[in-house]
Design a protein around this ligand. Sequence first.
Ligand SMILES: C[S@@+](CC[C@H](N)C(=O)[O-])C[C@H]1O[C@@H](n2cnc3c(N)ncnc32)[C@H](O)[C@@H]1O
Length: 236
Amino acid sequence: MTAEFDKHAASYDGGLDNPIKRMMGDSADQFIAVKARWLLRREPGLRTGGLAMLDYGCGAGDLMRVLAGMGTKASFTGCDVSAGMLGEVGRRWPKAYGTAPATAVQEGALTPFADGQFDVATISAVLHHVPVEERAAVYAELGRVVKPGGRIYVFEHNPRNPLVRYVIARTPIDENAILLDAREVHEGLLGAARYELETDYLMFMPPGLAFLSPIDRVLAWLPLGAQYAVAARKPA
Ligand SMILES: C[S@@+](CC[C@H](N)C(=O)[O-])C[C@H]1O[C@@H](n2cnc3c(N)ncnc32)[C@H](O)[C@@H]1O
């Protein structure tokens, strides 16, 4: 079965064909790096090794690749409904980073992983592509595959930022996107388990101007950043 993103796989660049997005940063990796730096501050253990991390809806594996480029030593696995996107993971993985992440094609929300297989699960720029009625199953699956005490990190576009809504409405990969705010993520996760939840807002400054990123950290409480990150800790 073909998935929506199969047709984007070979040329996938995170929506950088949008001219406004390109003004904010000149490579998709600059946008991913904002999330990767935030994640490494929350999860310093990813640098030292010994943690198993699943990137759910990993696409071409960009988040794992950028994390690896920052020195992360986690054991990475990626899954996605698009076999085409997963084919890009190995193709784009630099040889210098060692073996590319393990990948698995999934049918719908369910993955082929065991209960509690991962310490950390990330889901970045995926949920707005999942039909609203299927999102509860994704939250439940994320909760199933992380260990007791494991962490789930949801990164999403922030619909409260008007520029984000303008860009998404004009970006081909987002033609079917239905954006969701951080409150919807909280409610969805809490529908699955009694997680401890926290939200930070990200990308107030253009990702291309990394020297301004300290300003992002000061504004993380303000619900107007271009992206947000919800951190969920599963009860031990
Ligand atoms: C915009 S891309 C983001 C890819 C990657 N997470 C990143 O940040 O670069 C969205 C990805 O979500 C995947 N996707 C959509 N619905 C999904 C689902 N129900 N389960 C897993 N992946 C899904 C798509 O196939 C696509 O690869």
